[in-house]
Design a binder for this molecule. Sequence first.
Ligand code: R5P
Length: 281
Amino acid sequence: MSSLNLVEQSKRSAAFAAVDKHVGPSVRVLGIGSGSTVVYAAERLVELKLQNKLNPELLCVPTSFQSKLLIIEAGLRASDLDDLPELDPGSGSYASIDVTIDGADEVDAELNAIKGGGGAHLREKLVANASKKLVLIADYRKNSEVLGEKWDKGVPVEVSPLAWSTIKRQLERLGPKSRAQTAVLPAAESVAAAFEFSHPVVVLRQAVRKAGPVVTDNGNFILDVSLGKIHDPLAVEQLLKMVPGVIEVGLFCNMAAEAWFGNEDGSIACRVPRSEMKKQD
Ligand SMILES: O=C[C@H](O)[C@H](O)[C@H](O)COP(=O)(O)O
């Protein structure tokens, strides 16, 4: 088997296992992530639909143009996020989605994730935030202890095209002495501890079969921000978000409940945040 097949097989196994565990007849509203791994989740949903194992009223919420097409091609019903009511009025939860299944570019021990390799992280985060549960699916290359250990393309940051080069310069200067960091991480030591590099390296993402930058589904640009290893993802997320013109950061902190990985040997691993595991011990 070629290594490409192995990777694809591991994505497929993770996606199938996660869908089987989380998408039963009781699921009324399902968030569908974006990317190549989610394609296998859609494949499994089609099989379950044919076997009458899905809720006949199931609504699917897309996270991108690609994800909406997947839903339509699977013969499922798509709904816009803001058209959905609260799932459980009076419960104290504002969620409108039972569960969302989504891919990831890298996942750490606490299930903090880097997302947005396909530029979809703004809508993905909105959908994840409206979900009772976020379940990640990925191949073994994404399974890390610390973010930045394996994914070396940087944290995707969606920004306003109106000021992208100013935002880029400001992001490049984030570090122990920057103004933006002082409110979030008051001590110079904190920023030094949050990520490995002394200053971020920032690149405007370029399109492949079009001249010029990638333009997101929302009409914005993407800056890929390399920080080395990210030791404090929440602090980095907050730090990046404070820069005016930053629309969303592809760091998903404390959002995922489970992550499913297809391993190289064909097995499947399901992880929960390490701190949750400790509580159960
Ligand atoms: O913007 C894209 C999304 O965040 C994807 O879920 C992420 O990049 C993982 O994609 P893939 O499943 O293709 O590795």
